[in-house]
Design a protein. Structure first.
Length: 707
């Protein structure tokens, strides 16, 4: 009898399946138009993880339950946590160093979710995973799958222990029942919820566990076959006498099964590849079960498969964990900074592969050799460093605030310098999104408000400024985001303080402030004539009609209304843009009791210069030169002309709020959007900074007095 070849310590074919899974995931992320079903690679990872979990638990089943659970967690966390925490730490450093300021705040929050393994928390429709992929602002979007896996870790030992209490012949049925319940849950809840729910994914993990248990049964049968001379002799006779009928015993049937398993495995492999690479998006409710079950079948039959066990695929499988963690932040950087450059996209993919190889060969191989104690110390250190780097701005602000009395919104004091300006300009830009949403105000749809603010980049392809219109002053900017009614206005302490109006006046006026927000859409004209803004254009009017406010405020930046005269048009009577504005305004004032306030247009800024102002001031650059590079001087004039005509046609119920006197320097004939120390009045997302709000606070104090 020939000596049986010693098998490697791990199944190479499973590494090959892992490699195929990460390849299709990369295809889905980097080239979704060519691999629209590549997201199914994550489903394959879940099956593989279930297989590995069952293997670890099965090897420890003779231990006491407490020892079994502790050994399981020790081995799993030793494998996952060090690299995971290192990637979070390094991603945050790269975020602060290379990513746009507008991406920082979103990712600080996402990093906390990733750190706590709750990236798969229940999301609204606007936070749908596939929307997040399209936007690519969140560099931790991909950690949702690891959150699902870690959460399943807290369930699987107890699922397994309960199975061991049953007779062996009933165990597979038990796993089948639990998996079926999970699949029904997955099929009946909303897809956006099912995608992220650990309970809706249990059936996929359990398929991997069942595959391992079936594999043990096959191995036992194979062992009996190889160590039974009578069966081997019978098998040889069957091969020599192909035309002779013979009665087969169960072991002989199993021998025939082994003979054809490679063919079945090959068919399964080709089918899975075809589904993942199919050029059209397939219905997930159909292909997800097919791919999950197909992956389990392939794992059951593919041992020693020469295709899956080749060195290239197995090595890609080895680096798949590093590659999965590393590739998405690199892709997100490309998406945010150079989206249309396909050559750089390919470079991003290649860079992901190279960094994954380096990480695997150095850090992964190193820490996997450490003792459990050293791993524990490493995890604690990396966790602490990650917290510090995520919360670095809060830590810095706290240190800077010690011993200082800051009564203004911006926190700027007389003793501050250009160095402080450089820091605060950056902080104001980073926190701009957060400042657009105030938890003390009552929103008509709070979740929609938060999501539109956080996902503002989503509409950038429309070539409009995709930000929420915000009333640029303390208090009023909050009221633009709030629907504040007379019945509950006494509770709006924050709005009262910032409006600088006494409660007595507020109570006697019996007013309401109407506010409506839409990302990147003007209330008087359907910006860019895009579908979203055409719909919102109608919604603005409906909102005013239903609210019937005493005062209404419209504080949006000019966009389409700043366009020049249409061809061969020289008067407002012929101007289609103005006539649309006028018609909308007349509908508004029919339902406004006292006054409609409209923010007049001022020049826009070159956003990239905001973080350069303080440095230029330190270098002694002429402020006029800074004005010229910071301000886009033209484009606002036509908007101002249309606004002026609008006031004439408004029947005395419209009033313009003009910031030009606050920002225009007569001596230099330039607009100046910063002070002498370099503190910017604007953020990089082109909203007024807290310092800018303080600068024009008196404008709103005067308006409030008139109310």
């Amino acid at each position: 009898m020939n000596q049986i070849k010693q098998k490697p310590s791990k199944r190479l074919d499973l590494q090959g399946i892992r490699a195929l899974a990460i390849i299709v995931v990369l295809g889905f992320h980097f080239y979704p138009e060519y691999c629209p079903n590549g997201y199914l690679g994550v489903d394959q990872f879940f099956v593989l993880s279930g297989f590995l979990m069952c293997m670890l638990l099965k090897r420890s089943e003779n231990q006491l339950p407490c020892q079994l659970v502790s050994l399981f967690y020790s081995k799993r966390f030793k494998r996952i946590l060090p690299l995971y925490l290192l990637v979070i730490f390094l991603c945050m450093i790269c975020l602060y160093s290379f990513f746009p300021d507008t991406a920082i705040e979103t990712n600080q929050e996402s990093a906390i979710h990733a750190l706590l393994f709750v990236s798969n928390r229940q999301k609204t429709v606007a936070e749908d995973y596939f929307q997040m992929l399209f936007i690519a602002v969140d560099i931790f979007t991909h950690t949702w799958s690891l959150s699902v896996e870690i959460q399943f870790y807290f369930l699987v030992p107890f699922i397994f222990l309960l199975a061991t209490k049953l007779p062996e012949k009933f165990q597979l049925g038990y796993y089948g029942i639990v998996g079926f319940i999970s699949f029904v849950h997955f099929s009946t809840i909303p897809p956006s919820v099912a995608f992220n729910s650990v309970f809706a994914r249990i059936w996929q993990f359990l398929i991997g566990m069942v595959v391992y248990l079936l594999g043990l049964s096959i191995s036992e049968s194979q062992y009996r076959l190889l160590n039974n001379p009578e069966i081997l002799e019978s098998k040889q006779l069957l091969e020599d006498e192909e035309n002779e009928e013979a009665d087969c015993c169960p072991e002989e049937n199993f021998a025939n099964f082994l003979k054809y398993s490679q063919s079945v495995a090959f068919v399964s492999l080709i089918s899975l590849i075809c589904i993942a690479m199919f050029p059209m998006t397939l219905p997930s409710l159909v292909v997800r079960p097919l791919v999950t079950i197909g992956t389990g079948l392939l794992m059951l039959l593919s041992e020693d498969n020469w295709i899956l066990s080749n060195k290239l695929l197995t090595y890609i499988g080895d680096i798949s964990y590093s590659l999965y963690l590393i590739h998405w932040p690199i892709y997100a950087y490309w998406k945010l900074t150079c989206e249309r450059n396909q050559a750089l996209l390919l470079l991003a993919l290649i860079s992901s592969l190279i960094l994954a190889v380096i990480t695997f060969e150095t850090f992964e191989k190193w820490y996997l050799k450490l003792s459990s104690t050293n791993i524990g110390v490493l995890v604690v250190v990396l966790f602490f460093l990650s917290i510090v780097v995520i919360k670095k701005d809060e830590v810095t602000d706290f240190i800077d605030s010690i011993g200082k009395n800051k009564s203004s919104l911006d926190g700027v004091t007389d003793d501050m310098t250009a160095v402080d300006a450089e820091r605060l300009n950056y902080r104001w830009s980073v926190n701009d999104n957060r400042n657009l949403f105030d938890p003390t105000c009552v929103y008509e749809n709070p979740e929609t408000a938060k999501n539109l603010i956080n996902k503002k980049e989503r509409f950038r392809d429309y070539r409009v400024n995709s930000r929420w219109p915000r009333l640029e002053t303390a208090g009023m900017r909050i009221m633009l985001k709030c629907s504040i009614r007379s019945v509950d206005i006494k509770q709006r302490v924050l709005c009262k303080d910032r409006l600088l109006v006494s409660w007595t006046i507020l109570h006697l006026i019996n007013w309401s402030l109407s506010s409506t927000f839409y990302s990147g859409c003007e209330p008087l004209f359907p910006t860019g004539q895009i579908e979203m803004c055409r719909q919102n254009f109608t919604d603005f009017e409906v909102h005013i009609r239903n609210e019937k406010p005493d005062y209404a405020f419209m504080f949006t930046r000019f966009m389409s209304i700043g366009a020049s005269w249409p061809r061969n048009v020289t008067s407002f009577e012929q101007d289609s843009i103005y006539q649309t504005m006028k018609g909308q305004m007349l509908k508004f004032i029919e339902n406004i009791k006292y006054k409609l306030y409209i923010l007049d247009a001022i020049p826009r800024i070159n956003r990239r210069t905001v973080n350069q102002i303080a440095q230029l001031i330190k270098n002694g650059t002429d402020p006029v030169a800074i004005d010229k590079i910071m301000v886009r001087p033209h484009g606002h004039e036509m908007a101002r002309k249309r606004h002026a005509q609008l006031v004439k046609d408004c029947k005395g119920k419209c009033e313009l709020v003009d910031y030009v006197p606050e920002f225009y320097k007569n001596a230099t004939k330039t607009f100046r959007y910063f002070d002498e120390k370099g503190f910017s009045y604007f953020t990089t997302p082109e909203h007024l900074s807290p310092h800018g709000i303080e600068h024009i606070r008196h404008v709103w104090t005067d308006i409030c007095k008139k109310l």
